[in-house]
Design a binder for this molecule. Structure first.
Ligand code: B12
Ligand code: SF4
Length: 432
């Protein structure tokens, strides 16, 4: 079968920009659509193409008409969900193809896609289930019994049997089809750092359950790792270029034994790459030696969700961590020479005092590149359940994590000015 996999264009709306003329918050970072490359890797009996509308936004009509696919698979996060629906309706208008959606938003809020323009919704890891679905469609057999896959039922309700994800869903022996995006590779670039990079996956899921985080439904809470051989194989696919590999997992070192083994294998294999990985601060504090080994293996930067600078707030979002541990991790990493991209969450409840506390913390414990997002109740998360009565903006285009979708505590303009000011001052002179 001919399968077209679609990465939606950059989308999302910005209140600070549209209403208050604050345009300093925009950060465009493009990266290859690893989700689609991974799916394509396990569709080896089909003819597969990827169209990346983040790299070349106006090419969808051409890609659809030129390929005439039997199946169109669309990925996307929450702020892309409306755009995914628009793309699906274009497919239905222009062709006879079966439309399948999957990815973060489909996994967290499947009923959002219960639309006449969509045929199937895939929740959770899709490498195996999409292959089974494609086979079922090719053979004309029923596609109604595949765990994690549901047929839409426009006007009615859908019932989704969630997939119990296991190592088998990673299909370790089939590498991502990185080659399918060769024509876009020059677009996968971080402008602010003048850095070209590639994505490799090591692990999926996370054993924690932070209230704001939308990772849980991808694996149903299980933490899964690729074999070290599969990770090494994928890193080697990027033989010459790029020199920087972003390990894309929500929690790359969630299994310290596996992480240690991987560092050892990278060193032994003589691989000379630089890595960026997402880790928890308590992993750094518990296993400083692991980070020394990884420094030797090429770990250049870590991304850490510090989130808050107050223990009560950390506990309210169920981070199961403390500010003291965050601070200790910063010291350990600076000592080792690994740079830190620190995620902090600004709550719409913040007043001037709380903005000042965050400013003070960043002044006293500098991280190399602070990233500030606004606490957003993403559908499907525990936070959504606890905040849903307060939500003022339901249009998912605004769920970019840079908008307050519930009323702010201080006047909205002052909130965004504080936010933008903090962003500007913490980014001045940042380098990684
Ligand atoms: C790489 C990445 C990006 C890249 C590339 C994404 C792309 N498609 O081009 C870039 C930099 C562009 C990006 C941008 C953004 N991102 Co981002 N990103 C990630 C990251 C780190 C890794 C995603 C990934 O590649 N995973 C590896 C692949 C293999 O796994 P996967 O995507 O889960 O795919 C599997 C399944 O989901 C499923 N599947 C996925 N798609 C499909 C499609 C079909 C048809 C099927 C059947 C199955 C299926 O099968 C796949 C294989 O098993 C995740 C965090 C994470 N660890 O997931 C955040 C994440 C997805 N991003 C997030 C966000 C919020 C954003 C941004 C809004 C920016 C921001 N503020 O952080 C923008 C949105 C883009 C825009 N403005 O339009 C959030 C999403 C939360 C949400 N519910 O919306 C995440 C979860 C991080 C977080 N902060 O929590 N992102
Ligand atoms: S530790 Fe990170 S990945 Fe895990 S639940 Fe919390 S925010 Fe999500």
């Amino acid at each position: 079968m001919k399968i077209l996999l679609v990465n939606p264009p950059n989308c999302g709306r910005s209140i600070p920009e549209e209403q208050y003329g604050i345009d300093s918050l925009k950060q465009i970072m493009r990266a290859e659509p690893l989700s689609l490359e991974a799916l394509a890797g396990n569709l080896d009996e089909h003819e597969v193409r990827i169209v990346d509308l983040k790299a070349q936004p106006d090419t969808f009509g051409e890609a659809l008409a030129g390929f005439a696919p039997d199946i169109v698979g669309i990925t996307g996060v929450t702020c892309e969900a409306n755009t995914m629906l628009k793309l699906a309706s274009e497919v239905k208008r222009e062709s006879e193809a079966t439309v399948v959606v999957g990815g973060v938003h489909a996994s967290n809020d499947p009923s959002f896609f219960n639309s006449a323009d969509i045929d199937f919704i895939v929740a959770g890891l899709g490498k195996k289930s999409f292959r089974v679905l494609a086979e079922a469609l090719r053979s004309g057999k029923g596609a109604d019994e595949i765990p994690g896959v549901t047929r839409t039922n426009p006007g009615g309700s859908i019932s989704l049997a969630r997939r119990k994800c296991s190592g088998e869903d990673l299909v370790d022996d089939k590498p991502p089809r990185y080659d399918l995006v060769n024509m876009y590779r020059e677009h996968y670039f971080l402008e602010s750092l003048n850095l070209q990079f590639g994505l490799v996956s090591v692990a999926f899921g996370c054993p924690y359950r932070c209230s704001f985080c939308s990772i849980h439904h991808i694996t149903g809470g299980t933490y899964l790792t690729h074999s070290t051989a599969a990770v090494l194989r994928d890193i080697r696919i990027f033989a010459d270029l790029p020199a920087v590999i972003r390990l894309v997992d929500a929690n790359t070192f969630g299994d310290a034994g596996h992480a240690r083994c991987l560092a050892g294998e990278i060193i032994k294999a003589g691989i000379k790459k630089q890595f960026v990985a997402d880790v928890r601060s308590d992993t750094v504090v518990r296993h400083p030696d692991l980070f020394r080994e990884w420094k030797e293996a090429g770990l250049r930067s870590v991304i850490i969700g510090f989130e808050e600078v107050d223990d009560t707030r950390l506990s309210e979002i169920n981070k199961v961590n403390t500010v003291a541990v965050n601070t200790e991790a910063i010291e350990i990493l600076h000592d080792i020479g690994i740079t830190i991209i620190g995620d902090f969450i600004v709550s719409p409840d913040y007043d001037d005092r709380q903005f000042q506390s965050l400013r003070n913390y960043l002044g006293e414990h500098p991280v190399d590149l602070p990233m500030l997002s606004i606490l957003t109740p993403l559908p499907g998360t525990p936070l959504y359940e606890s905040m849903k009565e307060r939500i003022a903006i339901h249009d998912l285009d605004f769920y970019t994590l840079t908008n307050a979708v519930v009323p702010t505590n201080i006047p909205e303009k002052a909130f965004y000015e504080n936010y933008a000011d903090l962003m500007r001052s913490s980014h001045a002179g940042a380098k990684l």
